[in-house]
Design a protein around this ligand. Structure first.
Ligand code: NI
Length: 268
C-alpha cells in the first residue's frame, strides 16, 4: 500500500466567473491556478490517495486527475461560499463539501483517504477516511524560552557528557514552534470544530502565557522536576491543553526546538 499526496494551489476571487478563469492558461506553476488577481484567498489543498502502483507505469494515480478533481470541486464552491458568506465562511464546511464531491470521483484503484486544506501557512484543516464525520484543525503558535537540560539524578560530569552544551549552568534559549491539532465534528451552530478565537485564547492562556519568555527550569512549576527536553515539553503542553479544548478533542501536540528537531505527543 502506497500513499500519494498531491497539493493543488489556487486563488479565488469572490466575483469569480468560471467560464473566464477556466479558459486561462496556467501562468504560474508554483502559485497554482487560477492566479491571484489582487487581494484574494490563496488556498492549498492536499489530496492523499492510497493503493498499489501500476506495475508497468509505477503510477498509483496520474496526478493530473487529482488536480482536475480538486479544482473542479474546490474553485466554484469556494467562490460561491465567498459571495454568500464573505470572510466568515467555515473552512470545515468548505473542506467537507470538497471531500464529498471528490471522493466518489477518485479512481477506484486509488481511493481518496485524506484531504487537507491549508487556509494560511500556519492553519490547516484535514479529513481522514478512517475517522468519518471528523475534521482535524491544526494551528501553529510560537514562544521563546530558555532551558537547561540537567538531571539531579546524574552527577555533574554525567550531565555534561549527556547533554553537552545544553547543560550550560545558566541555560540557553530557543524559539519554539508549537503545532496543536484538535479533532471533532463541525456540525454545531458555528460550523467549526472549535472557533478559532476560542482555540487561540485557550492556547494563549494555557500555554503561551505560561511559557513564553520564561526560563523553563526556573520560572515554571511544570519543569521544576522534569527535564525540559523537547520530548517533555510536548508532553507537558499536552497536559496543559487536553482537558480544555471541548467540544473538540486534543489530537496531537508537536513542538519544534529547532527546524531540525521536533517531538510530538498524542496522549499515549
Ligand atoms: Ni536547548
Amino acid at each position: 500500500m502506497v500513499r500519494l499526496t498531491r497539493e493543488v494551489r489556487f486563488s479565488v476571487d469572490r466575483d469569480w466567473a468560471g467560464h473566464v478563469e477556466f479558459s486561462r492558461p496556467v501562468t504560474n506553476s508554483w502559485a497554482g491556478w487560477p492566479s491571484a488577481v489582487g487581494i484574494v484567498p490563496y488556498l492549498r489543498l492536499r489530496a492523499t490517495v492510497a493503493g498499489e502502483p501500476d506495475p508497468v507505469t509505477g503510477y498509483l494515480c496520474n496526478i493530473t486527475v487529482i488536480d482536475r478533481l480538486l479544482r473542479k470541486h474546490a474553485i466554484p464552491f469556494t467562490a460561491a461560499a465567498l459571495r454568500e458568506h464573505g470572510w466568515r465562511m467555515s473552512a470545515e464546511h468548505l473542506l467537507e463539501h470538497i471531500w464529498e464531491q471528490v471522493r466518489p470521483e477518485a479512481p477506484s484503484n486509488a481511493p481518496l483517504v485524506a484531504l487537507e486544506l491549508c487556509a494560511t501557512p500556519c492553519l490547516r484543516y484535514a479529513i481522514e477516511a478512517e475517522t468519518p464525520g471528523m475534521v482535524y484543525l491544526t494551528q501553529q503558535f510560537e514562544f521563546a524560552a530558555a532551558h537547561r537540560l540537567h538531571c539531579a539524578e546524574l552527577s555533574d560530569a554525567e550531565n555534561r557528557t549527556t547533554f553537552g552544551k545544553c547543560n550550560n549552568p545558566n541555560g540557553h534559549g530557543h524559539n519554539y514552534l508549537l503545532e496543536v491539532t484538535v479533532v471533532g465534528a463541525a456540525d454545531g451552530p458555528t460550523g467549526c470544530v472549535l472557533p478559532l478565537p476560542a482555540f487561540e485564547q485557550i492556547v494563549s492562556d494555557r500555554v503561551i502565557e505560561r511559557l513564553d519568555h520564561k526560563h523553563l527550569n526556573e520560572d515554571t512549576e511544570e519543569f521544576r522536576a522534569v527535564n525540559p527536553s523537547v520530548e517533555n515539553i510536548a508532553r507537558v503542553i499536552w497536559g496543559m491543553l487536553a482537558e480544555h479544548v471541548a467540544p473538540a478533542r486534543l489530537h496531537r501536540v508537536r513542538v519544534w526546538e529547532t527546524p531540525k528537531a521536533w517531538a510530538e505527543y498524542s496522549g499515549v
